[in-house]
Design a protein. Structure first.
Lengths: 222, 205
């Protein structure tokens, strides 16, 4: 009651609409509509380019992650198709993005996109596999926010190269000070956690998908 | 107290009223993106774009601003142009957009821009507002580049990703980590103060 009385008292009797919040905010409302339209335009114009950038970032890495082709196949153009591979194992379900690479219709290998928790943040990697999905042919770190100068070395070529040629069947293990064994990956000095994280991410993905990919490779064979 | 002219606004933003070293504004972004020159230059360019657009827009509508709604309008304007800048980077400079992560969207809350809208654009004409925006963004870019130049070369021995110091340089990793940002900023700020003190504070008055 009081509030109502006060409002009538303070309101200029002539033009009550001037105190209306909607009237006072006309500029805000108008700008919101204009800016909204502007942003919609920008998104419509640039959205496809941005999506393509994201896709290309992944696809441009695929050739380097496969085993090098020999002979005539080396010059053949690589065809890449991508699909989602759902896996449920041990009461856990996961969906992997799997890129299949073919040269002249022949299966050239697989690139599995996977991610997991690192030391600082999520680490996203691509794992290259041979056509039979039994040997790792490459590793690439798509996204990581590990400590610069230490954990961030997981993205460097010398460290990643260790994974090439490792068998996909048995889990990899991290060792300190020069891993020489068939399943061993040398940890980065001062970044054991980041090294272990990458290896764990790779191990989990391989355990999940390698048998299924091997089966697919068998089916695809002529 | 006469209002500063366009030329005065432009010159003041670069050194005498440098947003980082004199006004101490926008420090979060300044400390975060200056571990290499590429990020620093990209950030400087993004702020330049946003500040010029926001200042121009605010200056054009300044006669219709009401005291209690002006901050809403500033924020709305800034957020729009920041989003445009963010999308442009993602479309045409994708690696930089990824490297800068959240710091481009965070320009929305960068005090430098809302400060210029309030101090200059809401009171003066479009020409002065744009001159002011250019001066302040150049001052901001200068501050970013000065910090990044010190941090990148000491932390990695490189500038813009190209090796400058011999490979024997033991990278001072701390310089590219957050503590290096505070160390470098403290020392450069001390240097800026020392220089202006030696000049007898002529500009301070």
């Amino acid at each position: 009651m009081n509030a109502a009385v006060m409002t009538t008292d303070t309101m200029p009797a002539k033009r009550p609409w001037r105190d209306n919040a909607l009237f006072q905010g006309w500029l805000v409302l108008l700008l919101a509509v204009v800016f909204g339209a502007l942003l919609a335009g920008v998104q419509t114009a640039l959205g496809p380019t941005i999506a393509a950038n994201k896709r290309n970032e992944t696809l441009s890495q695929v050739p380097a992650l496969l085993a090098p082709a020999s002979g005539a196949a080396a010059t053949a153009k690589l065809e890449i198709d991508t699909r989602m591979l759902p896996v449920s194992r041990g009461g856990r379900t996961a969906v992997y993005r799997v890129h299949r690479a073919r040269r002249d219709g022949q299966l050239a290998g697989w690139v599995v996109q996977t991610a997991g928790q690192g030391y600082a943040d999520r680490i996203e990697v691509l794992v290259g596999l041979s056509p039979e999905a039994d040997v790792i042919t490459g590793l690439f770190v798509l996204d990581q926010k590990e400590t610069p100068g230490l954990g961030a070395k997981i993205a460097t070529a010398p460290w990643r190269r260790q994974f090439v040629g490792k068998p996909a069947a048995a889990p990899l293990e991290v060792v300190k000070g020069g891993g020489a064994g068939a399943n061993q990956i040398d940890a980065i000095t001062g970044a054991t956690i980041s090294s272990r994280a990458v290896v764990a991410i790779v191990n989990r993905a391989l355990a999940d998908v390698s048998s299924q990919l091997a089966a697919d490779a068998g089916k695809a064979a002529p | 107290m006469s209002t500063p002219s366009a030329a005065q606004r432009f010159v003041r933003g670069i050194l005498p009223e440098n947003p980082v070293y004199r006004q101490m504004l926008g420090l979060c972004a300044t400390l975060a993106v200056t571990n290499n020159l590429k990020s620093a230059v990209t950030m400087g360019a993004a702020v330049l774009f946003v500040l010029v657009c926001a200042n121009l827009m605010v200056s054009l509508i300044r006669h219709w601003l009401t005291p209690h709604l002006r901050i809403v309008i500033f924020t709305l304007t800034i957020a729009t142009f920041v989003t445009v800048a963010d999308r442009l980077l993602a479309a045409f400079l994708y690696p930089m957009s990824k490297a800068l992560g959240p710091y481009i969207p965070l320009i929305i809350v960068n005090c430098i821009i809302i400060c210029r809208c309030e101090v200059c654009a809401a009171k003066q004409g479009p020409l002065t507002a744009v001159a002011d925006a250019l001066g302040q963004s150049l001052g901001f870019a200068l501050a970013l580049v000065s910090l990044a130049a010190v941090r990148e070369i000491l932390g990695t021995g490189m500038w813009f990703g190209f090796r400058v110091l011999p490979a024997a340089w033991p990278d001072w990793v701390i310089m590219v980590l957050p503590p290096g940002a505070f160390l470098t900023f403290g020392l450069l700020l001390g240097l800026a103060n020392w220089i202006s003190a030696r000049r007898g504070g002529k500009e301070e008055a």
